[in-house]
Design a protein around this ligand. Structure first.
Ligand SMILES: [Zn+2]
Length: 466
């Protein structure tokens, strides 16, 4: 792919065109870009009915592309079985039986021939083990049984944009992904509606988690693929693939690692059981260091595994996971009661937004003086609550008063990037803006931050509440 000059880069700091998926339209002109680093999407003016964020843009070869807000709702998909009505930009789903197993495929239609017989589709393709790439293939629609079209209703973008996203995703230079960062259903959803919550969560969380797994277990995956997680655990997916090792499943993707005795010995453990315990503990510790919150039952004592949730406070993301040890082909389930109905419940939740009702995502231009905002920051930094003093939409900056661990209550300009959340108190009586600011200013210079009793949120709420 030719290198494009990005004069004004993404809000995250990325301005390397190799780190963007560049969208091209039918005339081969650039019509948008997806930032790989932070998951933001930038689009040509023509894709907006009304441009609300005129002040937030990037420039590629002197042309401006504007920030596209994440869709707030996740698509409620309706599946229609009409094989003869396949069109460009459709999300197709079908099932293939391979041996004893049923495999589900998801793909985006790049084009169809006039007879609606052959379709060129873009989908994830397996390379080896759990490595995947995104590529193009030709399918004969008449040969596919159970063909379905996934309908996204009004959430769906125009077919031209859907195809542009799909093409951009597979024209990225020979990139190999792993199944923890990318899966076909989520990829199709991104092509149809843009990088929504699920896509961003998977991308950003999956990258961190797979880094940690690779660091702890060595660089190579043993096996892995998209799976129904319950089936993975209950029906012995690991049995045929792996003798003894670790099975890790997260939101519909599973990877397994064969353990050599040598690894356990290297880590100073005398047997596999104690190695697995140490591994799980270390795994959780590193993720916590990286800013993840782990909830749920992570087993200790018995060699087995755990089930729980990753929470990334700054992303408002929760993802469920299962980790189990495999001994002689059997997945050892501990705690026992975590498997079965409970496992189903946890995985049923998949990814969801945990934004409290009342917190709303807002544009910079919608923010007023005296508002209480929550800034997302980076993965390793917690959510930060602050009181707004001044808004400058030209420079993307907010002048804020907040209570910080390092410096106490300070007033300063801060460059912000979406998503920005505004805290609303659901009709509860609040002080008028001028009094909120007065209260905030009265504490400037004070330095008695305490994470439990007087943190940034306590301070901001005190400023607001009557
Ligand atoms: Zn970015």
């Amino acid at each position: 792919m030719e290198l494009l000059e990005i004069q004004r880069g993404c809000l995250c700091g990325n301005r390397d065109s190799k780190q963007f998926w560049i969208y091209g339209d039918s005339k081969e002109e650039v019509c948008g870009a997806f930032c790989e680093t932070c998951g933001k999407e930038w689009l040509d003016e023509k894709f907006f009915e009304t441009l609300m964020t005129e002040e937030i843009f990037i420039t590629i070869e002197t042309k401006r592309f504007y920030f596209r807000q994440y869709k707030k709702a996740s698509p409620t998909t309706r599946i229609v079985c009409q094989s003869r009505r396949v069109q460009q930009g459709d999300h197709l789903r079908w099932v293939e039986v391979q041996g004893k197993e049923k495999l589900t495929f998801d793909a985006i239609v790049e084009s169809v021939d006039d007879d609606r017989k052959l379709a060129s589709v873009i989908s994830l393709q397996k390379l080896a083990f759990c490595e995947i790439t995104i590529g193009r293939m030709l399918i004969d629609l008449s040969m596919v049984t159970n063909l379905q079209i996934v309908d996204y209703g009004s959430l769906c973008d125009p077919a031209a944009l859907v195809v542009a996203r799909a093409l951009a995703s597979c024209q990225v230079e020979t990139k190999v992904y792993n199944i923890l960062t990318c899966k076909s259903k989520v990829l199709a959803g991104y092509c149809k509606c843009g990088p929504g919550h699920g896509w961003r969560a998977m991308w950003l969380v999956g990258t961190e988690v797979s880094e940690v797994l690779k660091t702890l277990l060595g660089s190579s995956w043993v096996t892995g693929r998209e799976e129904d997680c319950i089936r993975v655990v209950e029906q012995g997916y690991a049995k045929t693939k792996i003798k003894s090792g670790i099975l890790f499943a997260m939101d519909g993707s599973a990877v397994a690692f064969e353990l050599e005795d040598a690894i356990a010995e290297r880590q100073g453990c005398t047997d596999r059981g104690s190695y697995l315990d140490a591994f799980i503990k270390r795994f959780i510790d590193i993720l916590v260091e990286k800013g993840f919150k782990i909830s749920g039952a992570v087993a200790s004592g018995t060699p087995g595994g755990g089930i729980g949730c990753f929470e990334v406070p700054t992303l408002e993301v929760k993802m469920s996971f299962f980790m189990g040890s495999v001994i002689k082909g059997e997945v050892i389930r501990a705690p026992q009661k975590a498997v079965g109905s409970q496992l189903g419940r946890v995985f049923g939740q998949v990814i969801h937004m945990s934004v409290k009702r009342g917190d709303e995502e807002v544009q910079l231009s919608e923010i007023n003086e005296g508002d209480q905002v929550v800034l997302p920051g980076h993965l390793s930094h917690p959510r930060c609550h602050a009181i707004v003093v001044t808004v400058n939409t030209k420079t993307n900056k907010l002048k804020l008063i907040r209570n910080m661990y390092s410096r106490g209550v300070v007033e300063e300009w801060v460059e912000v990037s979406p998503p920005i959340l505004r805290v609303s108190y659901g009709g509860a009586p609040m002080l008028p803006p001028e009094e909120v600011l007065q209260r905030a200013r009265s504490k400037l210079g004070e330095n008695r931050y305490n994470i439990l009793t007087y943190n940034c949120k306590h301070f901001a709420s005190w400023c607001k509440r009557r």
